[in-house]
Design a protein around this ligand. Sequence first.
Ligand SMILES: Cc1ncc(C[n+]2csc(CCOP(=O)(O)OP(=O)(O)O)c2C)c(N)n1
Ligand SMILES: [Mg+2]
Length: 563
Amino acid sequence: MTQPTDTATETISGGHLVAKALKAEGIDVIFTLCGGHIIDIYDGCVDEGIDVVDVRHEQVAAHAADGYARITGKPGCAVVTAGPGTTDAVTGVANAFRAESPMLLIGGQGALSQHKMGSLQDLPHVDMMTPITKFAATVPSTERVADIVSMAFRECYHGAPGPSFLEIPRDVLDARVPLASARIPRTGRYRASTRQAGDPEAVERLADLLVHAEKPCVLLGSQVWTCRATDDAIDFVRALNVPAYMNGSGRGTLPPGDPHHFQLSRRYAFTNADLIIIVGTPFDFRMGYGRRLSPTATVVQIDLDYRTVGKNRDIDLGIVGDAGLVLSAAAQAASGRADNGAARRKEWLEELRAVERQAYDKRLPRQLSGARPIDPYRLVHEINEFLTEDSVYIGDGGDIVTFSGQVVQPKSPGHWMDPGPLGTLGVGVAFAMAAKHARPDKEVLCLFGDGAFSLTGWDFETMVRFGLPFIGVIGNNSSMNQIRYGQAAKYGQERARIGNTLGDVRYDEFARMLGGHGEEVRDPADIRPALERARESGKPALINVWVDPEVYAPGTMNQTMYK
Ligand SMILES: Cc1ncc(C[n+]2csc(CCOP(=O)(O)OP(=O)(O)O)c2C)c(N)n1
Ligand SMILES: [Mg+2]
C-alpha cells in the first residue's frame, strides 16, 4: 500500500529533477554509458518512463542524441560520466555543433564539496565544451537542476539550433531537496516559438526577383528539414516553377523523379542561373565558400542564423528566418503579381534536365558494372534501387560515401543522414540506433566505410541487445581510401600506403559473433539478394561487400573537400 504523500515534506533528488525536465521537453530516451556520478538520473528516468539506452562508447551516446534530434524534431539527450566519459562524448557534441543539431549532453562532475581538490574524474568540462556548444554551464544547486536543464534546452534553439552542455556535481545530483523549493518548468511554458517569417520588405524583394528571373534555382539545405519546411518548399518550387537542388538533411525534400528535383546539374545551374536562392545551408566548403556561384547571378540567402547570412561571399539579399515561413511568404507575395514568371522558365528546366540526363547516362555503365572486385558505383546503385519510401539512409565513411552522395536519392524527406560539415567518421551505428529507436516503423540502412565502421562498431552489440534491426553495408576496401588517394597523388605510389591500410576484416563474422545477421559479398550480382536477406532477417545486419580499392570517387580525386 502506498503511503499518502505530504507535499509540504516531500523531497526530490537532482537526478529525478533532471528526468522531470527531460520529460517536460518531450524526451523519451537518453543515450548513456554509466558511471557513479550519474546513476541518479537513471533512477529518475525509471520514474518518468524515459528509456535508458546504454551504449559501449560515449561518442556513440552523443551522436545518437544528435541523430534523435534530426529524426524527431525534439532535442536529443546523452548522459555521460565525469572526466573520460565527458571527453569521449566531445566528438559527438562537436558534430552536432557544426550540424546545427539541438541536443543536451549532461556530464557528471566531482562533488562541489571537493571542487578543485583532485576528485575522481575531475576536469574543467565547461571550459572544454564552451567553444563547441551554444551554452555550457555547471548546475550550482539541487533546487536549480530542472531550471537549468530547461535553460539549456532554450539555448539550443537560439538562432540555428545546436548543442548545450551541463555538468552536474555529484553532491548536487544526489542530494534531496524539498519538492516545493525546486523550480520545475512546465511543458511549453519555458520557451517560445523560434519561427520567424523574415523582414516583410525583404520577402517582397524576393518575390520581385523571382517573378522577373529567367533562370532561377534554389538550393534546399539542412534547415529545410530542421524547420520541417518540406511542404512549403514543394509549394514554392511548384508555384514558381523553380528547379531545386538539395543538400544535407534537405535531401529528399522532393522525391526522385519529381519534375523540380535536380541533382547532377548543380554546377551547371550555379554557373548559368540568373537568380540563386540558398536556403538554410552556409557558404562552407561544401559550397566552395560561395565562390562557385555565377558572378553575375543575383544571390539570395535565407537562414535561421543571422551570423550565417552574407558570410564568405557578398549576397544581393539576405533574409533571416524560418525556411518554411519565408518560402511560403515569398510564394504568396509572388502570387499577387500579374505574372509570376513560372511559364517562362519551361526552357530553363528543360535545359537543366538535358544536362542531368547526360550526366546520368555517362555514369550508368559504371553503376551497372559487373566488375570483380566490385565497382563502388555498382554498390551504391544497388542500394539506391533497394531503398523504399520508408528507408532512412545513413552514410558513414570516406570515399565510399562520396560515391553514394552522387547516386543515392532518399525517397522521402528526413530520410537522409550524414555527419554534416564536421565530416565525422563513426556516426553510423549511433544514427541507426537513434533512428530505429525513434521510428521502429522505418527501415534503416547505413553504408559504412570499413575505416568508419571500426571507430564505433562495437555498438552493433547495443543494436542487438536492444532489438534494433538495421541493414549495415560495409564498402570494404581494407583501407582509408579517401586519404590514401591524396597520399599517392602527393608522395607517390611507394609511399601511398603509410598510415591508411587496414586488415581484410570479415565484418559479417563480427556481426554474427554479436548475435546479428552477417554476409559477405564478392560478386556484384549477389548484392541485391544479400540486401533482401538482411531485410528479411529482422536483425541488425552487416553485409561485408568487398569493393575495388583502386577505384576512387571523382570528389575524392578532385579533393573537393579541401577546396
Ligand atoms: C573521426 C575522423 N577521423 C579521421 C577522419 C579523416 N578521414 C576522412 S575519410 C577517411 C578514410 C575513411 O575510410 P573508410 O571509412 O574505410 O572509407 P573509404 O575512404 O575507404 O571508402 C579518414 C580517415 C575523419 N573524417 N573523421
Ligand atoms: Mg575503406
